[in-house]
Design a protein around this ligand. Structure first.
Ligand code: SF4
Length: 388
């Protein structure tokens, strides 16, 4: 079968070097360390040696969207929730090195024991979607809902891809966390407890789930824009809505368009279009299969040899899947690069630096969630774990 055709690089590729700061973010920050040079020919050997020296005291988690050069050192790979669970299942590991983004490391800190320390190799590895909902914005939204007389009938829900502060808010207000695998179950749970849902921070996952899987109309959804007074909505619109979607999105999955789908079908007749539910509703509606990262992996694992697929999710993962299945034709849905630039900030120099710091007895870039926030966030996560 054909090999994987690498999409053409765009300006996004310039963000891949994992350098610089993220000063605009609430998390802020850059990496304080003396990083090894990316050209150092011994990086692989250094990472291996540091990991060996740390032995069972370190557990390295690798998100599916991480670079190959980092994934090769992961003790386990998975999506954000699976990785947090894996960290919690390793109480003997004193150090959890999370090769992923900031909100994932926070979730790992919430779910692991007090004696365990979670390290993010580059503090500027955030998530643009998670950053689209800040605690103060969400508190303001809740005040708006209260003023409109709907907060008491609204259950707040947040996608895993949100800060600990947002999970804490949701937990405090009786709501639940969801993943892209269980969003429908979590929404049904919420509608047993309230008339409306406030869905944070990914509008597309919320909209796609209620419309595709729960029979809602698009008109049942309203979009709360945190940058406008009252979210840009009237009190009546808030009262009429069945679901209030937060105006956030994933900058990676948001790049796939209906044109990409149509062009792919023209280029490859018979192709199966497989996309993540963080894509826009029109892309999801035009696709053949829709599901979480784990669903995408399983679908391609089980696909017939010789079948043709175009996949709309992060490029590192699609490339690895294409290489793992040379008997199937697996293409990337977009013609241009679609890496997650913040995921890509974790590169081998950052991983080597973090591991060598640990060997030297220093804990770099530790992620901690304050106990009060962690308590409420944990309640929202526990509700998710108890979903039927
Ligand atoms: S792929 Fe999207 S949701 Fe995932 S970390 Fe990157 S920006 Fe955030």
């Amino acid at each position: 079968m054909t090999g994987f055709n690498e999409p053409a690089p765009t300006q996004t590729a310039l963000l891949l070097l994992g350098r610089g700061t993220d000063a605009g973010s609430e998390r802020g920050v850059d990496c304080p360390g003396e990083l090894p040079a990316p050209s150092d020919p011994n990086l692989v050997e250094r990472a291996r040696a540091a990991k060996e020296a740390l032995g069972g005291s370190v557990f390295v988690l690798g998100h599916h969207y991480q670079r190959d050069e980092v994934i090769q050192f992961a003790d386990v790979t998975g999506d954000s929730f699976k990785l947090a669970q894996q960290a919690a299942a390793r109480p003997d590991a004193e150090y959890i090195v999370f090769c992923g983004v900031h909100f994932m490391a926070e979730s790992a800190d919430i779910l692991t024991g007090d004696h365990q320390r979670v390290v993010l190799p580059d503090m500027a590895a955030g998530c643009s979607m998670a950053d689209m909902a800040t605690a103060s914005q969400v508190e303001q939204c809740w005040e708006d809902l209260t003023a409109a007389g709907v907060a008491a009938d609204t259950v707040p829900m947040t996608y895993m891809n949100s800060s600990a502060a947002i999970k804490g808010f949701v937990g405090r207000e009786g709501g639940v966390v969801c993943t892209s695998s269980n969003a429908e179950r979590a929404l049904r749970w919420a509608y047993e407890r309230g008339e409306k849902v406030l869905f944070l921070p990914d509008q597309h996952l919320g909209r796609n789930t209620v419309v595709r899987q729960m029979g809602f109309e698009l008109d049942d959804c309203v979009l709360y824009n945190p940058h406008k007074p009252n979210g840009g909505l009237t009190a009546e619109e808030l009262r009429e809505a069945k679901i209030i979607l937060w105006k956030g999105h994933c900058s990676v999955h948001g790049r796939f368009t209906l044109d990409c789908v149509e062009e792919m079908r023209e280029r490859k007749p018979g192709v199966n279009i497989l996309v993540h539910p963080e894509c826009t509703h029109e892309v999801v509606a035009a696709a053949d299969h829709v599901g979480s990262t784990e669903y995408i992996i399983k679908t391609l694992d089980e696909a017939e040899p010789g079948s043709s697929w175009a996949v709309g999710t992060e490029l590192n993962l699609v490339r690895r899947l294409a290489n793992a299945h040379p008997d199937k034709e697996i293409s990337f849905l977009d013609r241009t690069v679609c890496y997650c630039s913040t995921m890509n900030r974790i590169d081998l120099p950052h991983l080597v630096w973090a591991l060598e710091e640990l060997v030297a007895g220093r804990v770099p870039n530790q992620i901690t969630v304050d106990p009060e926030t962690a308590k409420h966030a944990r309640a929202a996560l526990d509700r998710m774990l108890e979903l039927p």
